[in-house]
Ligand binder design. Sequence first.
Ligand SMILES: Cc1ncc(COP(=O)(O)O)c(C=O)c1O
Length: 362
Amino acid sequence: MIKKLIRKNILQFQPYIPGKPIAEVKRELGLKDIIKLASNENPLGPSPKALQAVKKALKNVFLYPEGSGILLKQKIAKKLGLRPSNIILGNGSDELIETIGKTVLNPEDEIIVSADGFIRYKMAGELMGCRVITVPSKKYKHDLAGMKAAITPKTKVVFIINPNNPTGTYVTDQELSEFFQGLRDDIIVVFDEAYNEYATQKDYPQTMDYLKQGKNVIILRTFSKIYALAGLRVGYGLAGEELVSYLERVRPPFNVNSLAQVAAEVSLDDKQQIKRSLALVEKEKKKLYRELDKLSITYIPSAANFVLIDLKKEAAEICSKLLASGVIVRPMGEYKLPSCLRVTIGLPAENKRFITTLKKQL
Ligand SMILES: Cc1ncc(COP(=O)(O)O)c(C=O)c1O
């Protein structure tokens, strides 16, 4: 009976499987000493100044937050050379993925995503009941030429995750400029740049330029990754003013809480936080590559704070064994990469424990 009441496309819909929280593993397995390398969080934690600001703001949590988030928007705008009206704030960038879907997608529309790409885009399309075209990736990378070739008169949005989660690969400025050549201007190109701060390669594209040229793009960013505020839930989208005004119609009125707003504002000023976090990831990633090389284990070089490892055999079982030893990583079955696991770069001791445990389990 209940089934009859549910929207048709929700009947096929599968929920997102997040990285297992430490508390859940504690409860389920009765373990005490657990490390989580499963959700690409920043183990150095947030800026101390952001934590102080949160403490100060705590006494006012009886009040609703300022729904417009104007102070945070002004700060982001100043940093990026945009106007506050170019910015929409989200309860994490994740909320904005759905906001985009709810704002622009009709059931007769098509969206284009890459295979091995962050799965929430495909889910947003399915949620809205439209057709999702998944273009095979090339060597774990978005095949931009293939994605362009998949465009039909019904295509409304193309999603580019850069660097991509879970593969860590990125598309270059040259590839992107070719992609834009002759692209219809009624197609929205969404860039998910959750990990952009980690992508220090010279040929990593500056998509802000496309926005400033007036192209039909939306750039999504987040405070959950390098800024280490994942638990507070705050991200943002950048787009042309008119598009933002429509997205704002759909945004729930108080979607970003007051603590998240002040923490994000203060975090933007803490350049040391970014420097330290980047240095940790670059150093530890190289160490991890060396250890994997020694073990002759295949991995995909990553432009982000995580690495996709191909064990060349069913990875779910190894992931369960790692879990039983208190090391949470992410099996990739959900991404149709059953021989792979994804591990977040953690603190030096955590990375060492991951590799030692992996060695033991293999
Ligand atoms: C590529 C990508 N986009 C978006 C998100 C969502 O992040 P948040 O909602 O915390 O901003 C994630 C989280 O893992 C991600 O990997």
